[in-house]
Design a protein around this ligand. Structure first.
Ligand SMILES: Cc1cc2nc3c(=O)[nH]c(=O)nc-3n(C[C@H](O)[C@H](O)[C@H](O)COP(=O)(O)OP(=O)(O)OC[C@H]3O[C@@H](n4cnc5c(N)ncnc54)[C@H](O)[C@@H]3O)c2cc1C
Length: 487
């Protein structure tokens, strides 16, 4: 077997989709016998919505959720509409719906998902990994631990998970959108903590409390309606009834980050690699982007055409992103407590948010829009994502997302002013990578300040070229990311 994925959460399922798209049929081992009934994750941010769009999944996901064209920093409202760059809106979607969309797609693409199979043992040597699960002993070339915050794979691979546990805990519940809760819509800060009520899907509200300085609750003991209502009363100062929840769950403010994302033939992704206070969709989205970063690299390696160091670039690119998500969410929690002391600071930051640059910086940071995998002053687009830019092609106007659905690399040639086709020199340069790179010819657009762009399968810019640039730089970038050309 090529790849075993431990965990059928959103990250494991997204990875299964990415591998499936590249022709690999992974086995996903999931300890739960049935799909999860609750939906702890709710918001997915712009960058993840764009990635889902590139895979043709965004409409399915949106159908079970709501667009939320807003953003916040420590519950101080930001204004994404003031950004200069094009970007998708955050979508509020129950995690269970997202998982069911991803699971259906992963199966369509040939992944096998075995439920009721808990990974309990991992052994690896230079040539492969043996995985023990549900009484089976399975051999694979790579194992990816997408098995959540308490990852067994991470522990058995010897990857440490240092961090801090802050005394800030709470309960979250999903209820029908009626009753006494409507006047509390929004996020409310109190001296004891936070009480939020927000839409989580059509006709549904997410109710959440977070209390500072309380003892952590035991996850094994199910949360109750009485407990969350008592928590609300402690925060708000009077009783608020929430009705009968569809589900309740406890959450803890734990920030931990795996010291490395790879140990030999074992990788970790998602909550198995980083956990932090989930704010603004950063937790789930960071994990889904881990999966999209890793999938095509594993597939290239398994096909025997990965350039040297490609698999290691997963840790190199994603570890700083996980570290930043931990940092920025801790910064937000620090702006919430103790309220009497931080209130003046919150007011000052609210004033600063009035400045376009500050608003833009925080929206981009909280939504993961600022992530880049390279710092090249001469080619500032390299390493960055691209939004759903409309492209005028000989076949009509299409979005960048629409031409990315195959999950291959993409050479976007914007230098051809007519529908006649692209520069024959460029076509000759990429011909050795056919099957790995699609070529799209489009009219120039002011939104893309380059004549030619090479995009990786995860949508990141690998190379940009101007009119005067020859094809040598392009060939080098192709070799760096896609390996040697075919003979
Ligand atoms: C109360 C709460 C609210 C949240 N709200 C948000 C939010 O609004 N936005 C957001 O972005 N994030 C939110 N999060 C975080 C979000 O839910 C997680 O980031 C996300 O679920 C991580 O996905 P994952 O696939 O990495 O891990 P998980 O979703 O934890 O999935 C891991 C899977 O692995 C399985 N598993 C575990 N151990 C094994 C094993 N040994 N063998 C086989 N299978 C195993 C588990 O059963 C599970 O299905 C919230 C979390 C909580 C708890």
């Amino acid at each position: 077997m090529d790849v075993v994925i431990a965990g059928a959460g959103p990250v494991g399922l997204m990875l299964a989709c990415e591998l499936g798209l590249a022709g690999i049929r992974p086995l996903v081992l999931e300890r739960r016998a049935v799909a999860r009934p609750d939906s702890p994750g709710m918001a997915i941010n712009a960058t993840t919505v764009e990635l889902l769009d590139r895979r043709g999944l965004a409409d399915r996901v949106r159908a079970g959720g709501l667009e939320w064209p807003q953003a916040h920093f420590a519950h101080l409202m930001l204004d994404p509409a003031r950004l200069r760059e094009r970007h998708a809106s955050t979508v509020l979607v129950p995690q269970a719906h997202l998982e069911s969309c991803l699971e259906a797609r992963a199966r369509e693409l040939g992944a096998e998902i075995r439920r009721g199979h808990e990974v309990t043992g991992v052994r690896q040597d230079g040539s492969g990994v043996t995985v023990y699960a549900g009484g089976d002993e399975l051999s694979c070339r790579y194992l990816v631990g997408c098995d959540g915050a308490n990852s067994v794979v991470r522990r058995l691979a010897g990857i440490s998970f240092p961090g801090v546990d802050a005394p800030f805990h709470g309960i979250v519940a999903e209820v029908d959108a009626d009753g006494e809760l409507m006047p509390y819509l929004g996020a409310h800060q109190y001296p004891g903590g936070v009480f939020t009520v927000g839409p989580s899907g059509p006709g549904l509200l997410r109710v959440s409390t977070g209390e500072f300085g309380v003892q952590g609750w035991d996850d094994e003991i199910p949360a109750t309606v009485d407990e969350i209502e008592a928590s609300i009363a402690r925060l708000v100062g009077h009783d608020v009834r929430i009705g009968t929840p569809h589900w309740l769950a406890r959450w803890h403010n734990v920030t931990r980050h795996a010291e490395r994302y790879r140990a030999g033939r074992v990788f970790v992704a998602g909550d198995a690699a980083h956990v932090h206070f989930p704010l603004g969709g950063q937790a789930l989205s960071t994990g889904v982007e881990d999966a999209v970063n890793l999938g095509w690299k594993l597939a290239a390696d398994l096909a025997g055409r990965a350039p040297a160091g490609l698999l290691d670039s997963y840790h190199r690119e994603r570890h700083p992103v996980g570290a930043r998500a931990c940092l920025t969410t801790r910064a937000q929690v620090a702006l919430m407590h103790p309220l009497l002391e931080v209130s003046p600071l919150r007011e000052v930051i609210s004033e600063l948010i009035g400045y376009d640059d500050v608003n833009e910086h925080l929206v981009r940071m909280a939504g993961g829009l600022d992530v880049t995998y390279a710092a090249d002053d001469d080619r500032p687009l390299v390493g960055r994502r691209f939004g759903a830019v409309p492209l005028s092609t000989p076949d009509g106007v299409v979005s960048l997302a629409e031409v990315s659905r195959a999950g291959r690399g993409l050479l976007l040639d914007l230098s051809a002013h007519t529908a006649a086709g692209t520069d024959p020199g460029v076509l000759a340069a990429v011909s050795g990578w056919s099957g790995r790179i699609d070529v799209v010819v489009a009219s120039p657009t002011t939104e893309i300040p380059a004549d030619r762009l090479l995009l990786r399968p995860d949508g990141r810019v690998a190379w940009t070229g101007g009119r005067g640039d020859g094809v040598q730089g392009l060939k080098e970038a192709l070799q760096t990311w896609f390996g040697d050309p075919a003979a």
